[in-house]
Design a protein around this ligand. Structure first.
Ligand code: ADP
Ligand code: ADP
Length: 219
């Protein structure tokens, strides 16, 4: 479902972010991406979403070469992806429900149907009772779970989460991870970056990056 073939990314003459990465992630797999800050985790995730292009090599998603995608093809790709990135903050001037409805309204869903789907998504992350709250009234962990609801409301086949437990306490972090695992258990392919040892210890598959290089996978 996701395949990297000898992918390298160089941002500048001395700024190599990824070096000759090759790996495959099967449909329905849950994979963690580990490595210290600066190892290239965000860059790798962004390539899958066509937010960055490889300098060389190929990134395939469902057999489609993402680096060769035309600009007009990017929205179609992203519709298949649930993105949980630091850059995509919740909008604080509207309710939790309105935030989760947004991806549906953008793609032309009717309001009533969008609201129903958004409430179902909030229910799945355990936050239906906070639908009418403003994001800033929620804890960091709750806000992150709202981001997950917003990311999955379009029923993507793949979830990409960049450090979703950063800055969260242990209890909040495990609720965020549980919410992600719940989608994995219904067949969604998940790729989650983390440097939380406790989370990584419990993970089935970890792809480990160091200075842009793939370390031997610890199974
Ligand atoms: P991680 O997510 O593991 O912290 P990143 O993918 O953010 O790693 O960064 C990998 C390397 O690429 C770092 O050296 C970082 O400074 C560099 N980098 C990331 N984004 C850019 C950018 N837009 N322009 C230049 N260098 C970048
Ligand atoms: P924007 O209009 O803000 O550039 P896009 O979603 O079109 O928003 O692009 C987001 C990022 O994706 C940009 O950094 C852009 O360089 C990159 N990008 C644009 N086209 C492609 C492509 N075909 N493949 C990979 N990355 C791309």
């Amino acid at each position: 479902m996701i395949e990297f073939q000898h992918v390298s990314k160089q941002y500048s003459a001395d700024g190599v972010a990824l070096r000759d990465l090759s790996f495959t992630i099967a449909k329905g797999e849950l994979v963690y991406l580990a490595g210290p800050s600066g190892a290239g985790k965000s860059t790798l995730l962004k390539m899958i979403a066509a937010m960055e292009r490889p300098s060389s090599g190929k990134v395939l998603v469902n057999g489609q070469d993402i680096g060769a995608l035309k600009r007009a093809g990017i929205p179609f790709l992203r519709r298949n992806l649930g993105l949980i990135f630091q850059e995509q903050r919740l909008l604080n001037d509207r309710s939790v429900l309105a935030n989760v409805m947004m991806p549906l309204l953008v793609t032309g869903s009717a309001r009533g149907a969008a609201e129903q789907r958004a409430r179902a998504a909030l229910d799945k992350v355990g936050l239906l009772d906070r639908a009418d709250a403003q994001p800033l009234a929620l804890s960091g962990g709750e806000q992150q779970r709202v981001s997950i609801a917003r990311a999955i409301v379009n029923r993507p086949q793949i979830i990409l989460a960049d450090e979703p437990t950063a800055n969260l306490d242990r209890a909040s972090a495990s609720k965020v991870i549980d919410a992600l695992h719940a989608f994995h258990s219904v067949g969604v392919t998940c790729l989650i970056s983390s440097h939380d040892e406790q989370i990584l210890d419990a993970a089935a598959r970890v792809i480990h990056l160091e200075r842009g290089e793939l370390m031997k996978e610890a199974a």
